[in-house]
Design a binder for this molecule. Structure first.
Ligand SMILES: Cc1cc2nc3c(=O)[nH]c(=O)nc-3n(C[C@H](O)[C@H](O)[C@H](O)COP(=O)(O)O)c2cc1C
Length: 387
């Protein structure tokens, strides 16, 4: 039995147990992957300030998102094709999140449908929408999310078109995979994945196939996205979508104070400082580097959260100490899922919570609300190297 001590352990198992096409889909960024890499290396540049001889009894990682208390102020980010990392992956991740006490977000581009997740969980989850040109689809999918009891809508604003990931093109990424010779040779070493996949009916884009008329083949993410995603999306359209939903809204994919002001002006309940895990604009700054400027611009108008690059509880602490009210994790839980299914997602959450708890104790903090700039040591010029 492998002893899992950190997210990297889960990542190694994920790579070993999942078809190359889907592991690569998760563990890559767009173009040169500069932003993807810097999301994590920038976190590593920030250090923690040790504080000794402080009573550390009675600590808690409890924190709130959108006014609701959770085991940590952390949610599972929307991740497309999660049900290709493991059979029924979205259901497994949502169950783990529910048992742990953190929110789960279902992507538009999921394999399990909104209804599949709702039927297999009790806690309300969040739904993430990619806006399509087809308003009829947008309206219907929001109705489905409402009927399933989704308690918030995440509108992703940084993907009107797809940043290119070289590996996806080279691997011929589709869901389900096309059985070419290289794919079959790869699958021969991933037999457990294959057996589980044979045991489920959920192998297509569950929120798309059967719900939208398509000229392009929906199994091909790149061509389908190019054809259907709304390149004309603007703030008016975002506002209209928010009105169509009528409930809590989180705007995901903000990277500058100017866009944050526009996002806050829509009345969004939260915004997520995010570069989509380095998968969209290669060359953009890491989320952690731009966080403080966005918190000072709109932190009193809306909840500011962060994602992109979080691989540990120490990273969570750093983001919260720099003013984020909450965080999302993407790959950190996907590695858990690909490694071990539902228990792997639970393990990822346990690892991060334990790291957060121990790091809080050693920085002399007992409560999430007390974390602040005083807990950090930051290289001079870190936030204003770029203008
Ligand atoms: C494999 C993969 C698929 C993703 N799919 C979506 C998606 O469907 N919708 C979305 O809003 N964001 C998507 N994202 C971005 C995540 O929601 C999140 O912003 C990102 O993973 C955070 O970075 P991290 O992976 O370093 O934690 C995806 C990310 C990954 C890694």
């Amino acid at each position: 039995m492998t002893v899992i001590t950190c997210i990297d352990d889960l990542k190694r198992l994920h790579k070993r147990r999942t078809p190359k096409m889907f592991y690569d889909y998760a563990e890559s960024g767009s173009y040169t992957e500069q932003t993807f890499r810097e999301n994590t290396t920038d976190f590593a540049q920030i250090r923690l300030n040790q504080k000794v001889a402080v009573d550390m009894t009675g600590r808690s990682t409890q924190g709130s998102l959108l006014g609701k208390s959770h085991a940590m102020p952390l949610a599972l980010a929307p991740v497309g094709l999660t049900g290709m990392q493991r059979a029924d992956g979205e259901i497994k991740a949502a169950k783990a999140a529910e048992k742990f006490g953190v929110p789960f977000t279902l992507s538009t581009m999921s394999i399990c449908s909104i209804e599949d997740v709702a039927e297999n969980t009790n806690a309300p989850f969040w739904f993430q929408i990619y806006t399509l040109t087809d308003d009829d689809y947008n309206r219907k999918v929001l109705e489905r999310a409402r009927a399933a009891g989704c308690s918030a809508l995440v509108i992703t604003v940084d993907l009107q078109l797809l940043g290119q990931r070289h590996k996806d093109l080279k691997n011929g990424l589709t869901a389900p995979p096309k059985l070419t010779l290289p794919v079959m040779l790869d699958l021969a070493t991933k037999w457990r994945w294959g057996l589980e996949m044979l045991g489920t009916k959920r192998r297509f884009f569950g929120n798309i196939v059967g719900h939208v008329e398509s000229a392009a083949d929906p199994s091909s993410l790149a061509s389908w996205t190019a054809e259907k995603f709304d390149q004309a999306l603007n703030w008016d359209r975002i506002k209209r979508l928010m009105d169509m939903w009528g409930g809590k809204v989180i705007l995901k994919g903000i990277l500058s104070p100017e866009d944050a002001e526009l996002a806050a002006a829509t009345g969004a309940d939260a915004i997520i400082v995010s570069n989509h895990g380095g998968r969209q604009l290669d060359g953009a700054l890491s989320s952690i580097r731009v966080l403080p400027s966005i918190v000072s611009a709109v932190g009193d108008k809306t909840e500011v959260w962060l994602d992109s690059g979080i691989r540990s509880g120490q990273d969570v602490l750093k983001a919260l100490a720099l003013g984020a009210k909450g965080v999302m994790i993407g790959r950190a839980y996907i590695h858990g899922l690909g490694a071990m299914g539902e228990p792997g997602v639970t393990r990822a959450l346990e690892v991060i919570q334990k790291e957060l708890d121990i790091s809080m104790a050693l920085t002399g903090e007992k409560r999430i609300e007390d974390l602040g700039r005083h807990n950090l040591l930051i290289p001079n010029g870190f936030f204003d190297t770029y203008n």
